[in-house]
Design a protein around this ligand. Structure first.
Ligand code: HEM
Length: 159
């Protein structure tokens, strides 16, 4: 990438909002994901719903892998002039557009709704601060096991 990246204004990017021509904005970069639509593991609807706005939050909420991030370079077409982003789209509008995607009700809800921000690892049945308790236990349990092992070895030898 020796030459300067192309810089698009938001309106120009937003025109690419359909199955035959689909561009998304993630972290100020513009990706032409038309060829990804068929193969995207998250489905094509989420990508279509991510057009005409800043899809950075949606993309990050999914917790895409490093492989996905590397794969993105394939689709990179330039940058967007962030000052041209309408405020409403920069801050994730609550309701996704309904014009382009026909089957919007089925799959994309996981990524399109704020609900998706909830932690995926809800293993504990009790509701009391599962996050911090889990962290403490993750440290305490191995320490306890080590302590018992050490105790048994030391006193086992003595007797
Ligand atoms: C250039 C852009 C993108 C690329 C290259 C990409 C690539 C991928 C890949 C490789 C996966 C499989 C899981 C992983 O490896 O992380 C995935 C899953 C997914 N992606 Fe994307 N993605 C892109 C944009 C987006 C956008 C804008 C959204 C909008 C919300 C999205 C939503 C999802 C969802 C919902 C999944 C399924 C996650 C799951 O089933 O756990 N992706 N994507």
């Amino acid at each position: 990438m020796a030459s300067d990246p192309k810089v698009f204004v938001f309106d120009e990017v937003a025109k690419h909002n359909n199955q035959q021509d689909c561009w998304v904005i993630i972290s100020g970069k513009v990706y032409d994901v038309t060829s990804l639509l068929e193969d995207h593991p998250g489905g094509d609807e989420v990508l279509l719903l991510a057009t005409e706005r800043d899809a950075t939050d949606d993309f990050e909420e999914v917790g895409h892998s490093l492989t996905a991030s590397e794969q993105m370079e394939e689709y990179y077409v330039g940058n967007v002039d962030m000052s041209t982003l309408p405020k409403a789209v920069a801050n994730r509008p609550p309701a996704p557009q309904s014009g382009t995607a026909t089957t919007a009700a089925a799959k994309p809800t996981a990524a399109a709704e704020p609900k998706a921000a909830a932690p995926t690892t809800t293993t504990t049945s009790s509701a009391e601060s599962p996050g911090s308790l889990k962290k403490v236990l993750q440290v305490l349990i191995p320490l306890l096991i080590l302590g018992i092992a050490y105790y048994m070895q030391y006193y086992g030898k003595k007797q």
